[in-house]
Ligand binder design. Sequence first.
Ligand code: RP5
Length: 179
Amino acid sequence: MISNKKKESSKAAILKRVKVNPEVAVIMGSKSDWIIMKEATLILKKFNVNFITKIISAHRTPQLMCDFAKNAEKKEMKIIIAGAGGSAHLPGMVASMTILPVLGVPIPTSFNSGLDSLLSIVQMPKGIPVSTFAVGKSGAINAALNAISILALNDVSLKKSLTKYREDLSNSVLRMKIT
Ligand code: RP5
């Protein structure tokens, strides 16, 4: 059983972090991807990580994609989370134009629940990596948590928050009961 005092201190650990310029970009190929990608932003908000969101279509707005990818580092972005569905070339194309880590989230589609998106993002030929996550909301959440763990390498308060988050996860399982 977690005491109220403990609960409060865990909340404080997460809220303590001083906001800095956006460090994470959450981009997606279409507004239709937002229902999935929103999950990543909820996690980033929870950890008080500043981010931007942007719709960038690799095949419908290729110039916008190039401009974004080439300028992301100059704008002091540290990590790019990119969601795309179908042929899902957005994460790979963005990764080809920046050395920032690109975390790819396959969006579910009507074809085999998004297997097309998953294979497209995960099968990057050697040389240009895209870290690839599970299809759908779990992938979006884990991409955000992975971004936080990368940022936590140089951020003590984020590291504490992430450790607490893991403890809370463990505790939630320990509290599970089968009726
Ligand atoms: C991709 O095509 C997007 O990432 C989206 O998942 C998919 C469908 O886009 P809409 O037709 O809904 O705009 O570019």
